[in-house]
Design a protein around this ligand. Structure first.
Ligand SMILES: *[C@@H]1O[C@H](CO)[C@@H](O)[C@H](O)[C@H]1NC(C)=O
Ligand SMILES: *[C@@H]1O[C@H](CO)[C@@H](O)[C@H](O)[C@H]1NC(C)=O
Ligand SMILES: *[C@@H]1O[C@H](CO)[C@@H](O)[C@H](O)[C@H]1NC(C)=O
Length: 548
């Protein structure tokens, strides 16, 4: 008579396991799979660069000079380019437009080489993309968003003062973009060229001073500080640049340890979320590689352990110092993405080696979330592992629904799908941070007003209405996030502002929050942002908002 009882107990435990895993684990990451979803197994092009546009399309592009991609250009179109290095007659696409809502993509035509280039959004929401290699090194390209599938790249040759390869862009309060550095360019320039004084490249010695034997200062980390100056980090050092007067107004202490953090020892960096009417700003730099790691990997295939530290600095502090923190593991080529909750996601990359062809090893599969406001020692939390390694030339961008679009990885000089450890990856994944887990569903606000994009002026008060299952005590917060240009583990123009927000007690069952737009273009350069209502750390779907 023991047997049926045991079966019963076993059945009960089975039921318990199934019940618990659907009720909690089905949504809270315990099963290790819900956070990752494959959106496309192949878009035909590897996502070396990505930018989200104001119509929820993501522009993806690679380089043009490595041969055929896996996507044909439509209508029998081909590129015939006598300057092309690999293929002078090429009928494949090297860029696509990905439609998030429809989960579809279409090929785009880019004619000159966009390899390792930079980008930012113009105030009107057009993608301004600058530089590249070979015939593309001084080209500026524009992609104006459209909803009818007819828009494509427009290219302006010789638009830049000098060649820009591995440069970083930052959108400015006056609507222009500054383009900083690039290989063998110790200078910056503005775009578009509004006056004759914009035509020159302006010398910036700091970039020459931070270049070592393998450079280690490419794709410098550039952040617009709340005093209007540019914080520029290269290799292991940082300065504050007054780009108007062309003067370095502050030199920060070097990061402790002295290890390089920029390409090819690629770490990543964000300006941490800004408080309402901020009095201070902080920068976080994570990961990188020890000195010599690039040459060791390149010359004798010795892959050194990547850096496992982050440095955090209050750049507005008169006695600014780096606070060093330790990540759950080493990471080089990790992408840092500001989440609408005010947290930072670290995703992609490798645990050893560096950036560069074939130089990264031991992919880091589990992303990490960093909580800036948590006590030191309790800030990092590992997330569920991805199913695909994303090494050199992978990217990640925030979507308006709170997910993160992850793509790319091509550590080879051309597309290579066989006989290699890390094949070229043409897929797109969506990563869902834990705020999107099933168990947080009741916390997720649903914005009802406005129902469509907003237009705001600086300092303007505006009201949003929302519904929510479980409102947390203390009320909601409102965040405003700039869509960033991601490449080489650095997202240019990434910016998150907490807005002054007051919950309105209307008594009619309708929930309202009154918020105040940022005071100036220094805090939020003119252009498009996503505005989120955040309840207990769980963001709504964002509302596209134009400011300026
Ligand atoms: C890309 O095309 C090549 C050549 O046709 C093929 O072998 C490979 O499987 C394709 N890769 C993907 C991811 O579609
Ligand atoms: C090559 O590998 C050894 C370790 O086996 C290392 O000590 C040496 O410095 C490496 N690097 C170069 C550039 O030769
Ligand atoms: C892919 O890489 C392997 C290993 O280096 C090489 O043998 C092969 O020729 C490459 N294939 C292509 C298509 O380049």
């Amino acid at each position: 008579m023991m047997r049926p009882k045991r079966v019963l107990v076993a059945t009960f435990f089975l039921f318990l396991v199934v019940f618990v895993s659907t009720a909690a684990g089905g949504g809270d990451g315990e099963d290790g799979s819900w956070q990752w979803k494959v959106l496309q197994t192949s878009i035909g092009v590897s996502a070396m660069h990505m930018q989200l546009l104001r119509n929820d399309r993501v522009i993806v592009f690679d380089r043009t000079d490595f041969g055929r991609s896996n996507l044909s250009l439509p209508g029998g179109r081909c590129r015939d380019d006598p300057n092309e290095k690999a293929l002078k007659h090429d009928c494949t696409a090297h860029s696509v437009e990905y439609d998030v809502a429809a989960n579809t993509f279409r090929p785009l035509t880019v004619l000159t080489d966009t390899w390792c280039s930079s980008g930012s959004l113009a105030p009107d929401g057009a993608l301004l993309q600058t530089g590249g290699y070979n015939d593309g090194e001084r080209v500026a390209r524009t992609f104006r968003p459209c909803d009818d599938g007819t828009c494509d790249w427009e290219e302006s040759p010789d638009a830049l003062s000098v060649r820009r390869w591995y440069a970083s862009n930052q959108a400015l309060p006056d609507g222009r973009t500054v383009i900083v550095g690039g290989r063998r360019q110790f200078n910056y320039e503005f775009f578009p060229k509004k006056s004759s004084s914009d035509s020159a490249a302006i010398s910036f010695r700091f970039l020459a001073e931070t270049k070592d034997a393998v450079e280690d200062n490419l794709y410098p980390f550039v952040h617009l500080n709340i005093d209007g100056n540019l914080f520029v980090f290269a290799n292991n050092r940082a300065v504050l640049l007054d780009y108007v007067k062309n003067r370095v107004v502050r030199t920060y202490p070097p990061m402790p340890g002295g290890e390089p953090r920029n390409y090819p020892s690629t770490g990543s960096s964000v300006l941490l979320p800004l408080a309402p009417a901020p009095m201070e700003a902080e920068v976080l730099v994570c990961g990188g590689a020890p000195p010599g790691a690039y040459l060791d990997a390149k010359t004798n295939r010795t892959y050194r352990r990547a850096l496992d530290t982050c440095g955090r600095i209050k750049i507005t502090d008169a006695a600014a110092q780096w606070d060093m923190e330790t990540m759950p593991g080493p990471r080089v080529m990790g992408d840092m993405v500001l989440l609408p909750s005010g947290e930072v996601l670290l995703v992609n990359g490798a645990a050893s080696g560096t950036a560069g062809w074939e130089l990264g090893q031991s992919p880091v599969m589990a992303p990490v979330v960093y909580r800036p406001a948590a006590p030191d020692g309790a800030r990092f939390e590992e997330q569920s592992e991805a199913s695909r390694p994303r090494l050199y030339h992978s990217t990640a961008v925030l979507l308006r629904d709170g997910r993160v679009l992850v793509g790319g990885s091509n550590p080879h000089e051309g597309y290579n799908f066989s006989g290699v450890e890390f094949p070229t990856d043409l897929s797109l994944d969506a990563f869902s941070p834990s705020y999107l887990s099933f168990k947080n569903a009741a916390l997720r606000p649903r914005t009802t007003v406005p129902a469509s994009p907003m237009q705001l002026s600086y300092g303007e008060r505006f009201t949003m209405e929302y519904e929510v299952g479980t409102a947390v005590e203390g009320g909601v917060r409102v965040t405003m996030v700039a869509p960033a240009f991601a490449t080489h583990s650095f997202s240019m123009n990434q910016r998150l502002l907490f807005l002054e927000a007051t919950e309105q007690d209307s008594g009619d069952g309708c929930r309202r929050v009154e918020a105040v737009a940022p005071a100036s273009g220094i805090l939020a350069p003119p252009g498009y942002y996503m505005v989120f209502i955040v309840n207990g750390g769980v963001p709504s779907v964002g509302i596209w908002t134009h400011i300026g």
